[in-house]
Ligand binder design. Structure first.
Ligand SMILES: Cc1cc2nc3c(=O)[nH]c(=O)nc-3n(C[C@H](O)[C@H](O)[C@H](O)COP(=O)(O)OP(=O)(O)OC[C@H]3O[C@@H](n4cnc5c(N)ncnc54)[C@H](O)[C@@H]3O)c2cc1C
Length: 254
């Protein structure tokens, strides 16, 4: 849609271009940003012109995914045995292949919707968010902590998500994913990713919840952030999440 309040559009070419003026916000794929009015936004700064490599395998085996990597590009990353898991996560997004061509992994995390399947995938694999701070520095935290609630992240004003790093151990571990929705083509109501000893619950909770696979029932019983909206009531989400989480653990241990 037309954003009637926007007066300027700047392609970012260097980190210095990410210094935002009042009313400016960064745009990546724009699939959410251009989908509803952005009252108060007067300028856009394009991240996709920074030319970041969509993904790289670092010397220690870490998979570094640029925030601007699209959901489509992510499928070509060197996932090894986890390629199917990455595909399953992408298919968990309620969007066509055309939208997947432009929607970015970073945009998905920064939007912080419970049904953010890129959050599910990367939090589930114990990935770390790499964040550029306005003073020219960088900070890191687990994706599971970066997404704090519905539409809320730890990003402070002026901070930009630069990359997401999947640790080598997670790429070597077995992993499993389960998802459900209220209707066959509905938005994810619960998505559970297991990797190694951890089971990460998303979509049914307002933020990612990381549980110990060996103490699953106690972990599930302690969850205090079940999500309730048109795509599923909280008690139903809690019940199906329990079933999916047990399936995930069975698959990991099989
Ligand atoms: C048909 C359709 C279906 C969709 N289905 C889903 C779904 O099932 N689940 C879901 O979660 N979303 C869904 N979305 C919403 C959205 O498309 C996705 O979340 C997408 O991944 C957002 O990425 P983007 O690059 O388009 O973000 P943009 O729209 O460019 O940006 C989203 C927000 O994140 C900020 N942002 C983007 N990148 C960064 C960065 N690197 N650092 C700091 N801030 C940043 C922007 O300022 C903006 O506030 C859907 C959208 C459409 C149109």
């Amino acid at each position: 849609m037309d954003l009637g309040t926007v007066r300027s559009f700047r392609p970012a070419r260097s980190r210095a271009d990410l210094e935002l003026a009042g009313g400016e916000v960064v745009v990546a794929g724009g699939t959410w940003l251009f989908s509803e009015p952005q009252v108060g936004t007067t300028g856009l700064v394009d991240l996709t012109t920074l030319g970041w490599e969509p993904f790289e395998l670092l010397a220690d085996g870490t998979l570094r995914i640029a925030a601007t990597c699209t959901v489509e590009q992510l499928q070509a990353a060197p996932w090894g045995p986890l390629a199917g898991l990455a595909r399953q996560a992408a298919d968990g997004l309620l969007m066509s292949f055309k939208v997947q061509r432009v929607a970015t992994v970073g945009g998905n995390l920064c939007l912080a919707l419970p049904a953010g399947a890129m959050t599910s995938l990367t939090a589930g694999l114990g990935a770390e968010a790499v964040i550029w701070t306005p003073d020219g520095g960088e900070r890191r935290e687990p994706v599971s902590a970066f997404v704090r609630g519905v539409g809320t992240t730890s990003l402070a004003p002026g901070e930009v998500l630069r990359a997401i790093e999947v640790p080598p151990a997670a790429l070597a571990e077995r992993a499993a994913l389960r998802r459900t929705s209220l209707t066959p083509l509905g938005r994810s109501a619960a998505m559970v990713v297991g990797s190694g000893r951890t089971v990460t619950v998303t979509a049914s909770t307002t933020r990612p919840v990381v549980l110990d696979a060996h103490d699953l029932d106690a972990g599930l019983a302690a969850v205090d952030c079940w999500y309730d909206d048109a795509h599923g009531a909280a008690d139903w989400r809690a019940a199906v999440t329990g079933l999916l989480a047990h399936e995930v653990v069975e698959e990991l241990l099989a």
